[in-house]
Ligand binder design. Structure first.
Ligand SMILES: NC(=O)c1ccc[n+]([C@@H]2O[C@H](COP(=O)([O-])OP(=O)(O)OC[C@H]3O[C@@H](n4cnc5c(N)ncnc54)[C@H](OP(=O)(O)O)[C@@H]3O)[C@@H](O)[C@H]2O)c1
Length: 276
């Protein structure tokens, strides 16, 4: 019998790589898609060493998800190897933190191109063959910043809100086709992306994030696979994200306008002007 197969964009690092390794340990064939061939090769070796059986295959495809043609070619090449994916995960993503007035327009365009349009490009390429077999699950990686916008995330949060809106609409559209959809809201997760981002965070964003626990990529991958196993639409790794995903329309205004505004005001407080 053919082994199950997963196709993971952004599978060469962080959450995508941890997921690929977990699936390899469970006996899956893997296709991973990202840009940098050297990182893909290193990831392939790491995934191969996590395999349960040597018959399992790991294929890599180098493409930029913002290039619709290149992303489609890579997805089609992966499906030529393994057939339509039982699990399609869109984890390729970037974050450019910074204040709205300091970020160039290109930061907003690039973030939306990778996180939102890159997600669409991968899903669009795989969908017809998934529909033909009436099966599989699409797992879209959003973020806690897709539930509540935070100071310093004017470029990132809208791209992750867009992924959430896409997931909600897509779930409804694909249900009659027998294809399931999940959306994932990871909290801060210890990956190369977070390490790079932390160096660039404005102080108020760093202060806001300082209270929440950082999960490991393995913890997030485990939560994703548990949610997938249970057929969940919303997958919120960790306690904070579970509460936020369940209650965000109630608590996001409080988080933003009470707690976050206070932290920001404290950091921006200026000494009173000297008395004349
Ligand atoms: N880490 C966190 O704290 C956190 C929290 C919430 C949500 N998330 C989301 O989780 C997802 C994974 O993040 P991560 O922390 O695991 O990041 P990561 O370690 O930086 O990995 C990102 C992956 O995406 C690939 N990628 C980036 N731009 C791409 C492009 N244009 N085309 C194709 N592949 C591209 C990267 O490979 P190449 O650079 O070689 O292309 C890499 O494989 C992202 O969507 C991120 O926004 C992360």
């Amino acid at each position: 019998m053919a082994l199950p197969n997963a196709l993971i964009s952004g599978g060469s690092s962080g959450i995508g790589l941890a997921l690929a390794q977990s699936l390899a340990a469970q006996g899956w064939n893997l296709s991973i898609l990202a840009r940098d061939p050297a990182r893909l090769a290193a990831a392939r070796a790491a995934i191969q060493s996590a395999r349960r059986e040597t018959a399992q295959q790991v294929k890599t495809f180098s493409a930029d998800v913002t290039d619709a043609g290149a992303a489609a070619d890579a997805v089609h090449a992966a499906m030529a190897e393994f057939g339509p994916p039982r699990l399609l995960v869109t984890s390729a993503g970037i974050v450019i933190p910074g204040l709205f007035e300091t970020l160039p327009a290109s930061a907003f365009e690039r973030t939306m191109a990778v996180n939102y349009f890159g997600t669409l490009n991968v899903v669009r390429a795989a969908l017809p063959r998934m529909q033909a077999v009436r099966g599989g699950r699409i797992v879209l990686i959003s973020s806690g910043a897709g539930l509540v916008g935070l100071y310093g995330y004017t470029a990132y949060a809208p791209s992750k809100f867009a992924v959430r809106g896409f997931a909600e609409s897509l779930r409804a559209e694909l249900k009659p086709d027998g294809i399931a959809v999940s959306v994932v809201y990871p909290p801060d997760t210890d990956t190369p992306q977070l390490q790079e981002e932390q160096a660039l965070r404005p102080p108020a964003l760093a202060a806001l994030a300082s209270g929440s626990r950082v999960l490991s990529a393995d913890e997030v991958a485990r939560a994703i696979l548990k949610g997938v196993g249970r057929g969940k639409f919303i997958i919120a790794p960790g306690r904070d994200m579970k509460a936020l995903a369940m209650l965000h329309s109630l608590i996001a205004p409080l988080l933003n306008r009470v707690w976050a505004d206070r932290v920001v005001a404290r950091l921006h407080r200026r000494p009173p002007p000297p008395r004349a």
